[in-house]
Design a protein around this ligand. Structure first.
Ligand code: FAD
Length: 412
């Protein structure tokens, strides 16, 4: 393993750095300073993704034939490190990093022509309809029915926790097309236009509070929703196979560079916050010890990811590593966001006051929030979810245990 970058890789890093300097403009930066989770609102998101698409960098993992840049895993790592270090917006994954891969692998030629270009250009935004009120970890128990009626399926049921469904033009969903077979074999994978009559959206309030009216998760209701059969991916009853294929992309995110950005944010806070016994927090021994412990863990994740990407370049399969990175990456996200709030002390409170003002029946006090404080507490609340979505961390532990035990020849 060689973790040094080559001269070409360093030149590529400089090219990315120079592009970010001109493309990540002051308007986007201003929007990002208020972001509670690294994502922008829909207009900002589309603006940023279109800039990436014009440069040919919107879909780092896509093959060239569909408009990808044909980067090596190391180039992808460098690109993510540079965009994260500059605090650039996170690209919404549901289209580009999730359903697109299923369409490429299992979709018909007509579906590839119809959907992939608009995903790449962000002319169509997507949401993910997997979970249901009674089916999360045990996803195969899902109940939303799709009954064949001529050239259409008729959908009835409900999906829940659907992230940014209010912005989506399309949804990819798992539906039950048969109740006769084993649970998994009765599932199909459908693409539905969100404007189809019969789909309604109910926003779910969350503790990180709506900033500028943005809410993150929703419940969807489907009442006699007619979806053309031509919008089914692959074969009827094989949806579970396609869904599992997609999950490895959902969990295969690199965490190191984003965690480094959070560390930098905490350092910035600590330089501006007074410590209890005088001086600034950055000089406080107890704070320094906690910060150093987290920084060492971040270094370990980053090094492991680099080693992993270097292996992928020479043919190592992704395998159970996506579960491992999801587990350690999200635990660190939570621990870092906790230290950030603690570092702010009472200055973390203005956000909490604002978010509950409406419930208390009186308007929020218009207290100015300094830049280094904005969005820190919303991020803390927002990150409580990271150990839940994309398969809870308990489920990831089960998967890892199964993988380790089966490699050791132990049967489950
Ligand atoms: C903010 C957020 C956004 C989301 N966005 C989307 C989205 O866009 N689209 C979508 O389809 N879904 C989305 N989800 C849903 C997410 O995938 C589910 O919440 C998750 O899979 C867990 O399912 P559940 O909520 O039903 O919890 P449950 O499955 O009921 O789990 C409850 C608890 O029991 C534990 N548990 C369950 N089974 C086991 C087991 N076998 N072994 C050990 N422990 C177990 C779990 O780990 C958890 O701690 C989102 C969730 C959140 C919180």
């Amino acid at each position: 393993m060689n973790l040094d970058f080559t001269a070409e890789e360093l030149a590529f890093r400089d090219e990315v750095r120079a592009w970010i300097k001109q493309a990540y403009d002051s308007e986007l930066k201003q929007l990002m300073s208020q972001s509670k989770n690294g994502y922008l609102d829909k207009a900002g998101q589309v603006r940023w993704q279109k800039k990436l698409a014009e440069k040919g960098w919107a879909a780092p993992g896509w093959p060239v034939q569909y408009g990808g840049p044909d980067w090596t895993p190391t180039q992808r790592y460098l690109f993510q490190s540079e965009t994260a270090a500059a605090g650039c917006p996170i690209v919404s994954p549901m289209g580009i990093a999730m359903v697109a891969y299923v369409i490429m692998e299992y979709g018909s030629e007509a579906q590839k022509r119809r959907f992939l270009p608009k995903i790449l250009s962000t002319d169509e935004c997507w949401c993910q309809g997997y979970s249901e009120p009674g089916s999360g970890s045990d996803l195969a128990s899902l109940q939303m029915s799709a009954v064949r009626d001529g050239d259409h399926y008729v959908l009835n049921g409900s999906k829940i926790w659907t992230t940014h469904a209010q912005w989506a033009d399309w949804i990819f969903c798992l539906v039950r097309t048969s109740r006769d077979a084993k649970a998994q074999s009765g599932i199909s994978f459908l693409l539905a236009d969100m404007r189809t009559p019969g789909i309604s959206i109910r926003p779910l309030p969350s503790l990180d509070g709506p900033i500028d009216g943005e809410q993150e998760v929703n419940q969807l209701f489907f009442e006699n929703v007619r979806v053309p059969v031509e919008n089914r991916i692959g074969e009827e009853g094989l949806g579970w196979t396609y869904a599992k294929y997609l999950l490895q992309f959902e969990r295969g995110v690199a965490y190191g560079s984003l965690l480094r950005y959070l560390l930098a944010k905490i350092r910035k806070i600590a330089k501006q916050q007074p410590a209890g016994g005088g001086g600034m927090l950055i000089d406080d021994p107890d704070f320094r010890r906690r910060y150093a412990e987290l920084a060492v863990r971040v270094e370990a994740v980053d090094a492991a990811e680099m080693r992993f990407f270097s292996g992928v370049e020479s043919g190592t399969a992704v395998g159970a590593m996506s579960s491992l990175f999801k587990l350690v990456g999200t635990e660190l996200q939570q621990d870092l966001s906790e230290l950030a709030v603690e570092a702010l002390g009472p200055d973390a409170l203005p956000f909490v006051q604002d978010s509950f003002a409406e419930i208390r029946g009186r308007p929020a006090s218009p207290r100015p929030i300094p830049d280094h404080v904005a969005a820190v507490t919303p991020l803390y609340f927002n990150y409580r979810k990271t150990s839940i979505y994309a398969g809870t961390n308990e489920i990831q532990r089960n998967l890892l245990a199964r993988h380790v035990l089966s490699s050791a020849g132990v049967r489950g």
